[in-house]
Design a protein around this ligand. Structure first.
Ligand code: C2E
Ligand code: CA
Ligand code: CA
Ligand code: CA
Length: 267
């Protein structure tokens, strides 16, 4: 006397249900985090070839009351799916601009620092994105020439003409763009030339085995050559040792970031 309903239960996957519930919970908690001020903006130093700090990259953290400090890798994907990345990204932009204004007021070498903000492709697809960014630096009283925006190659999968128009409008305000995680994505060299990019960031995966793997060293060299001919700066990410720093410096890399110089810390 089996009912159809009971048979259907056999096709039900409890693990999948657990995942759906976990994601819904995370989404709800994240919405509250934004509302209750549980988000923090950390910064990781960016240094030049003399190992002098020239700026910071802003990295989002979630100070969860029970889970502790949650890494963006664990919540950015959920924020992107749910659309929460839009108000969250706005918060990051405003916070970053307020930080730039505070450094400028404090004077000294910090007044010269740049601050790089990571953008989700979804933010750039907003029709009012250019105005949103302009409002953020204007209202904070920040110098837009100190603001950098980091984009990934996935951005090139969407309306490229619209992307170029927006980037050019922001570049005209003095804002600089960096292409993040370079070498891991879908970049077409033809597009690369058309985007107003000031920097390429060599992905950490190529830096990690630079000294052991000749292929990774060749990739790093190629990126540096490409950047040179396109008149862009190169930032190497994930520099963890003095030997990696030295090797990249000898290849002509301009800027460096990684645990060797400093871990992300509260701004
Ligand atoms: P990303 O933009 O590639 O940021 C660099 C990541 O590498 C950071 O991870 C940083 O802590 C880590 N890192 C830096 N130096 C080293 C090193 O020497 N060794 C190793 N093993 N790791 C290093 P984090 O802070 O966990 O951020 C992960 C990703 O989350 C970021 O990758 C970025 O894609 C995203 N993200 C962070 N903040 C934001 C944000 O405000 N908005 C958006 N849309 N994404 C963000
Ligand atoms: Ca980044
Ligand atoms: Ca990166
Ligand atoms: Ca990355």
């Amino acid at each position: 006397s089996k009912s159809a309903g009971r048979n259907a239960v056999r096709f039900f996957d409890p693990a999948m249900q657990a995942a759906v519930v976990a994601r819904a919970t995370l989404q709800r908690d994240l919405r509250h985090a934004l509302r209750d001020g549980e988000l923090r903006l950390f910064g990781q130093p960016v240094v030049d070839a003399r190992a002098q700090v020239v700026g910071q990259e802003a990295l989002l953290r979630w100070q969860h009351p029970l889970r502790g400090m949650v890494s963006p890798a664990d919540f950015i994907p959920v924020a992107e799916q749910s659309g929460l990345i839009l108000p969250m990204g706005q918060w990051v932009l405003r916070q970053a601009c307020a930080q730039l204004a505070a450094w400028a007021r404090a004077g000294g070498e910090r007044a010269q620092w740049s601050l790089a903000v990571n953008l989700s492709p979804r933010q750039l697809r907003q029709p009012d994105f250019v105005d949103t960014v302009q409002a953020a630096w204007r209202e904070a009283g920040a110098d837009p020439r100190r603001l950098k925006l980091e984009l990934t190659e996935s951005l090139l999968l969407h309306d490229i003409e619209d992307t170029i128009t927006k980037m050019e409008a922001l570049a005209a305000q003095g804002i600089q763009f960096a292409l993040d995680d370079f070498g891991t994505g879908y970049s077409s060299l033809a597009y690369l030339k058309r985007l107003p990019l000031a920097q390429l960031k060599i992905d950490r995966s190529f830096v990690r085995d630079l000294l052991e793997d000749p292929n990774d060293a060749a990739i790093a060299r190629t990126i540096l050559q490409l950047a040179k001919s396109l008149e862009m700066e190169v930032v190497a990410e994930g520099v963890e040792t003095a030997a990696q720093f030295e090797a990249l410096r000898e290849m002509g890399c301009h800027l460096f970031q990684g645990y060797h110089f400093g871990r992300p810390a509260a701004l």
